[in-house]
Design a protein. Structure first.
Length: 330
């Protein structure tokens, strides 16, 4: 999610606590702090995936970040840092909660103790409409441009903007607006649950699924991609909740990986990719003696005209790596 929405969430947290200007600033800093991980975006290949959503977005990392921000806020303002700690931690918590609601590939909340990823996406984040084809350049400005282009479609932004303005302009109503904001967010979650259930009901997925999850596939939360993992295949269905019908279905078998795919699984980039998604899936083809291996995140399978969150590898017949590139959009 974009930095501005996170800052607004921190201001609302401060409003809930009837914080003054310093308190609001500390809460906003806490809400922005976890995205310091994004500086690792410039690390080659997929190494940054081991760090982004895996350090400050975790429970231990969030506690440390909140503590550091509270101490820094105390030193700069002359206030007792312990009084600022709840605001800093509240800001960090708001950031993690919003990311859980907007990222298909989830967050490893318990890292480094567990790599299990948690997600509860109700609003579309990465999208072929707003994601830039220039993401391969690994420039922070391009990333911010992508986030800004999707800002107008984000209901969290508009809700939090209204609440944050109220917290600053009419401080005595800050708590009321904060509670109203949380109520609206809760309503969105309930609405998404209803959409999920409608999608699951019409997909005809089997009862013996190992995993079953639904991911938003449109800005309006009308379309949902339902993924069901069975013992021998993945079943994907794009469901339209308003029309209450399935737009398309795909079945992807679980196959024994050929030698090139097995070789790719030993690469740090592939291991990092598999650890950063919930539904990794590989495809392989041989073209003119070159092995083309692609690792993708099935939760973005709804994108029809672009590949989202995909790692491409090329290897020659001797196993020499010719290409190892990850882009959020291809």
């Amino acid at each position: 999610m974009d930095p501005l929405t996170h800052v607004l969430a921190g201001i609302v947290v401060g409003g809930l606590c009837d914080a003054d200007g310093i308190g609001l600033a500390v809460a906003a800093a806490g809400a922005l702090a976890p995205d310091a991980e994004f500086l690792t975006r410039r690390i080659p290949r997929t190494a940054f995936l081991d760090y982004h959503h895996g350090i400050v977005h975790t429970l231990p990392g969030g506690l440390i970040a909140g503590l550091l921000i509270a101490v820094a806020g105390g030193l700069l303002s002359g206030r007792e840092w312990l009084s600022l700690l709840p605001l800093a931690l509240g800001g960090v918590a708001s950031h993690v909660c919003l990311d859980l609601l907007m990222h298909n590939n989830g967050i490893a909340l318990l890292a480094p103790f567990s790599r299990r990823r948690f997600s509860f996406p109700v609003v579309l984040g990465l999208n072929p409409v707003t994601a830039s084809t220039r993401c391969r350049e690994r420039r922070y400005g391009t990333c911010l441009q992508c986030q800004a282009s999707g800002l107008r479609f984000n209901p969290f932004f508009w809700t939090l903007l209204t609440a944050a303005v109220a917290c600053i302009a009419v401080p005595q109503l800050g708590r009321v607006w904060g509670i109203l904001t949380l109520s609206i967010l809760f309503g969105l979650i309930l609405y998404s649950n209803r959409m999920r259930m409608a999608a699951l009901a019409v997909t005809g997925n089997g009862e013996h699924a190992v995993r079953r999850k639904a991911f938003p596939a449109s800005f309006g939360m009308a379309r949902w991609l339902v993924l069901c993992e069975g013992g021998d295949e993945f079943h994907a269905a794009l469901a339209d909740g308003r029309a209450r019908r399935v737009l398309w279905e795909r079945r992807m078998p679980k196959r024994l990986p050929p030698p090139p795919v097995k070789a790719s699984e030993r690469l740090l980039s592939v291991r990092g990719f598999k650890n950063s998604v919930i539904f990794p899936y590989w495809t392989w083809q041989k073209v003119d003696g070159v092995d083309h291996v692609a690792w993708s995140d099935l939760s973005y399978l709804f994108a029809e005209h672009a590949e989202l969150y995909t790692l491409h590898l090329k290897m020659d017949e001797g196993g020499q790596l010719l290409q190892n590139e990850f882009h959020e959009r291809w």
